[in-house]
Unconditional design. Structure first.
Lengths: 148, 481
């Protein structure tokens, strides 16, 4: 199974992400995002960061998670090569709890350096535009569009 | 499909009828002639109709001829809301808050620059930070960043970057009142810290141009424009600071839409009533981002002037590099308008649309009051850009608004595929245009063919009477992220 593929959208960049389970889906979405920004094979594993995000829906969690990563890219230049999802909590009964869905992850990578790393897209944000997560037959798939 | 449901009002306008979809409170109006009509996406029409469903929308949901699908609102959209029953929507402004354009004149002629063009483009490319992960020349401490948010372009001028006269030639004086730094998240502060004075990437640019055609000699004279003259156009916005503000508030507004029972056809239309605390906070934050963007364009312009002075060894007076005007094309503002003969204050959202106020409007600088507001329309890097003026008809028909650019025709991937095996920089160089870009695929994504011809867009707004042409500007050198 390919981890992700790039979607063709007018003016922006989209990803179709695959995973055996939600944890893998979220990890592959992160890998896809980094691939839009630079050639990750040239990123070294020098620094680790711990991240968490929460939201009231699964779709909301994916947007929050990716926006958390975009914040780290944009504010600190941090690009991860290795992504480990430590926890992905999905409430049994999705209630009206704005923090019911939660992700915790460890990421290892380094700071982007324009003199050594390829510059691809400047990603501004992960959007709700055409956002879709499908879970069936033991696989997960998500479409996500980024403002670039 | 959707196009068949539209009704042609006249040669330059299409109506999205109020029964196009359930829930529309007003019709949609798309400025498009038969040529532009062919390129309008179904999804963009749907978005024009969705906006027409938002509470308190006045008269119509408008789209300009450079319309294309955006998030929630189209790019090229204008929507005005009543302050009593209307809403505020971050999606009606966009992620790049106060993305905008400024145009500088000079006393240089094309032939003064052409022999040293390559060298000059290199100097500017090195002096103006651009591209992914570029660090600005400025690093803002917390107190300074707050000053940027409160003062906008004035902060840059007070820091020695530019003159007070630049502020008069900037929309809203380069600063919106009502900015409140206390509503800004720590993430937005962090993203903004080292991005002041940076161009960014994507469709943002700094372009050396020459005036190749004057349509309105009298106006050109007042604006200090003449044929063969070199101008500089700067297109950028509020950078990561604004993107974070939009991201933060889409979440807030989504909850608010539920709380105030606003029915949304698209989550990116998340809105709150103008009089709610959520809307007030968003507007305070949006104004901070708008001010960040005006400071950004002011810094970049000032370094551009310095670079020219060093490069040509000339004094500022000799170079005559003064600001013609600066416009915002992603913003929401409270403005005075007349609706059905009644004067009203409205919140006007312009997303990928430019303010185009008429002659005599009190918000115009004294020097331009007889002319109307200068409107700057960047095209693509191979064709042309335009300088227009706002009109009374725009004030009456579109809440004083017009188009903002060429509008994309191709997706990024289509463009990259089309550019495969071609050296876009060399094709442009053969036309006398020198380009420098930081990103590997920026030139392919941004090539001329990826955009509508800006001339056909400008032609529609001129024929519709919502702007008039003053001059056409041709690219000479382009710096991109």
């Amino acid at each position: 199974m390919r981890p992700f593929e790039v979607l063709d959208v007018s003016g922006d960049a989209g990803l179709r992400v695959f995973g055996r389970d939600l944890a893998m889906l979220f990890a592959n979405a992160a890998a896809g995002l980094y691939d839009l920004v630079t050639d990750v094979s040239r990123i070294r594993t020098l620094r680790s960061v711990e991240l968490e995000a929460e939201a009231g829906t699964l779709e909301g969690l994916l947007v929050s998670w990716l926006n958390e990563l975009i914040f780290r890219i944009d504010a600190h230049g941090f690009i991860a090569k290795e992504i480990t999802i430590r926890e992905l909590r999905v409430p049994v009964l999705p209630a009206d709890d704005p923090s019911g869905f939660r992700i915790e992850a460890s990421l290892t990578g380094e700071e982007f350096d324009a003199s050594r790393h390829e510059q691809r897209l400047l990603v501004k944000a992960a959007t709700w535009h055409r956002l879709k997560i499908v879970q069936e037959n033991g696989t997960c798939q998500a479409d996500i569009i980024f403002d670039t | 499909m959707s196009l068949q449901k539209l009704r042609r009002i006249d040669e330059t306008r299409l109506e999205v009828p109020i029964d196009y979809k359930k829930g529309m409170l007003v019709p949609g109006i798309i400025y498009a002639d038969a040529l532009i009509e062919k390129d309008i996406e179904d999804r963009a029409i749907e978005q024009v109709a969705n906006v027409a469903c938002l509470p308190g929308i006045i008269r119509a949901s408008y789209a300009m001829p450079d319309v294309h699908t955006g998030y929630g609102f189209t790019i090229g959209g204008v929507a005005a809301f009543d302050l009593q029953d209307g809403v505020v929507s971050p999606g009606g402004v966009g992620y790049d808050i106060n993305c905008g354009v400024r145009l500088l004149r000079s006393n240089l002629m094309k032939q003064d620059v052409t022999p040293r063009l390559k060298e000059l483009v290199s100097v500017l490319y090195n002096e103006i930070p651009s591209g992914v992960g570029s660090k600005g020349r400025i690093r803002l401490g917390p107190d300074d960043e707050k000053k940027v948010l409160l003062k906008g372009a004035r902060w840059a001028v007070e820091s020695g970057l530019g003159d007070a006269s630049d502020l008069e030639k900037t929309e809203s004086g380069g600063c919106l009142d009502g900015a409140d730094p206390s509503v800004i998240s720590s993430k937005a502060y962090e993203r903004g810290r080292s991005q002041q004075g940076t161009l960014g990437a994507g469709n943002h640019f700094l372009e050396l141009q020459y005036v190749d055609r004057i349509f309105d000699p009298k106006a050109a004279d007042v604006l200090g424009i003449f044929e063969g003259q070199v101008t500089v156009m700067i297109h950028t916005g509020s950078r990561g600071f604004g993107h974070q503000v939009c991201t933060d508030f889409l979440e807030v507004m989504e909850r608010a839409a539920g709380k105030y029972r606003i029915e949304l056809y698209d989550r990116e239309l998340a809105s709150a009533p103008f009089n709610s605390p959520e809307a007030r906070e968003y507007l305070c934050a949006m104004r901070c981002a708008a001010n960040y963007a005006w400071a950004n364009r002011q810094c970049i312009m000032s370094w551009t002037r310095e670079s020219f002075m060093k490069f040509f060894g000339s004094s500022p007076a000799d170079l005559g590099m003064s600001l013609i005007y600066d416009v915002a094309h992603n913003i929401a503002k409270v403005e005075d308008h007349t609706v059905g003969g009644k004067k009203m204050k409205l919140l006007v959202h312009r997303k990928g649309a430019t303010r185009a106020f008429p002659p005599g409007h009190p918000e115009l600088p004294a020097a331009y009051r007889g002319l109307g507001q200068p409107v700057l329309i960047p095209g693509d890097m191979g064709r042309a850009s335009y300088l227009l003026l706002g009109t009374e008809k725009a004030m009456q028909e579109t809440f004083g608004s017009t188009c903002h650019g060429a509008g994309r025709l191709m997706s990024r991937h289509q463009a990259i595929r089309k550019a495969k095996g071609r050296a876009i920089w060399r094709e442009l160089e053969d036309q006398g245009i020198i380009v420098r870009a930081a990103g590997r695929e920026t030139l392919a994504e941004e090539m001329s063919e990826a955009y509508k011809d800006v001339a056909s867009v400008v032609d529609v707004v001129q024929r519709a009477g919502i702007s008039t042409k003053v001059a056409r500007l041709r690219p000479m050198g382009v710096i991109k992220g």
